[in-house]
Ligand binder design. Structure first.
Ligand SMILES: O=C(O)CC1=CCC(=O)O1
Length: 257
């Protein structure tokens, strides 16, 4: 059973693997917490280990004064060590994918497989991020809620009951934590590192992703040696939410290969 607790201010869920089953370590996107993986985790074998966490300044995790992808990767490593996880599959969504790109190099001996969803080696530019950071700090996240949710979800999903739940998750993210993660994304560019990733890598993207569009994600996949690239139909930026069965099937296929 997965248990939820806090370590060093990091709220996280952990379920140890049974026997030789793999452990999946999940990293979330901007404006979401660990619940973004609920539907995928529910579809994985019970024997598989799971570690998922709320980033600093998101969900129930404590805030910091500043954040970078490196310090977010430090947090993930602290949890790996705390739980004695020496082998894992890294699964990163959007900014979580930047964190996992770092761990693929920083914890190269421990990561067995890499799964990147709706992410890239460089996401956006200062011209995109700075106005968003200023707006969120001055007016709160709700002021940009509609714009973000349109990028996250395809139109059909926006008509479902669930939509209000994801709006609540986004808009209840502390504005300062959200702004700091935007700064971390703005300042990260791992383009030059992609060729050094030596893990079996699966890169997926929702075909309707308006935040990290398929062409951007595909370019990242093409720069990682041997990576497989898959577009997921009827999904936007969060295929783990909109198409959890497809996402979980791809994950299992990748880990078994
Ligand atoms: O909210 C967005 O614009 C999408 C996004 C970009 C990086 C991330 O983690 O989410």
């Amino acid at each position: 059973m997965e248990s939820f607790t806090t370590f060093d201010g990091l709220f996280h869920g952990h379920r140890p693997a049974t026997g030789n089953a793999p452990t999946l370590v999940f990293a979330n996107s901007l404006g979401t917490d660990l619940r973004v993986w609920d539907r995928v985790v529910a579809l994985l074998p019970d024997t598989w280990g799971v570690l998922r966490m709320d980033k600093r300044g998101h969900g129930l995790s404590a805030a910091r004064d500043t954040l970078s992808i490196e310090t977010l990767a430090d947090d993930a490593e602290a949890l790996l060590d705390h739980h004695g996880i020496t082998q894992f599959v890294g699964v990163g969504l959007s900014v979580g994918g930047l964190i996992m790109q770092r761990l693929a190099l920083r914890r190269a001996g421990a990561m067995t497989h890499l799964v990147l969803s709706d992410t890239a080696a460089k996401i956006g530019s200062p011209e995109i991020w700075n106005p968003r950071i200023d707006t969120v700090r001055a007016q709160g996240i709700a002021s940009i809620g509609d714009m973000i949710l349109q990028r996250w979800f395809v139109p059909a999903y926006r008509d479902t009951q669930d939509f209000a739940m994801w709006r609540a998750m986004l808009e209840r993210t502390p504005a300062e934590g959200y702004a700091q993660v935007c700064e971390a994304i703005r300042d990260a560019d791992y383009t030059a590192d992609l060729a050094r990733i030596a893990k079996p890598t699966l890169v997926v993207v929702g075909e309707g992703d308006a935040s990290t569009p398929p062409a951007l994600v595909k370019a990242t996949a093409e720069a990682i040696p041997g990576a497989r690239f898959v577009e997921i139909a009827e999904a936007g930026h969060l295929p783990c939410v909109e198409q959890p069965a497809r996402f979980a099937a791809l994950l299992q296929e990748h880990v078994a290969a």
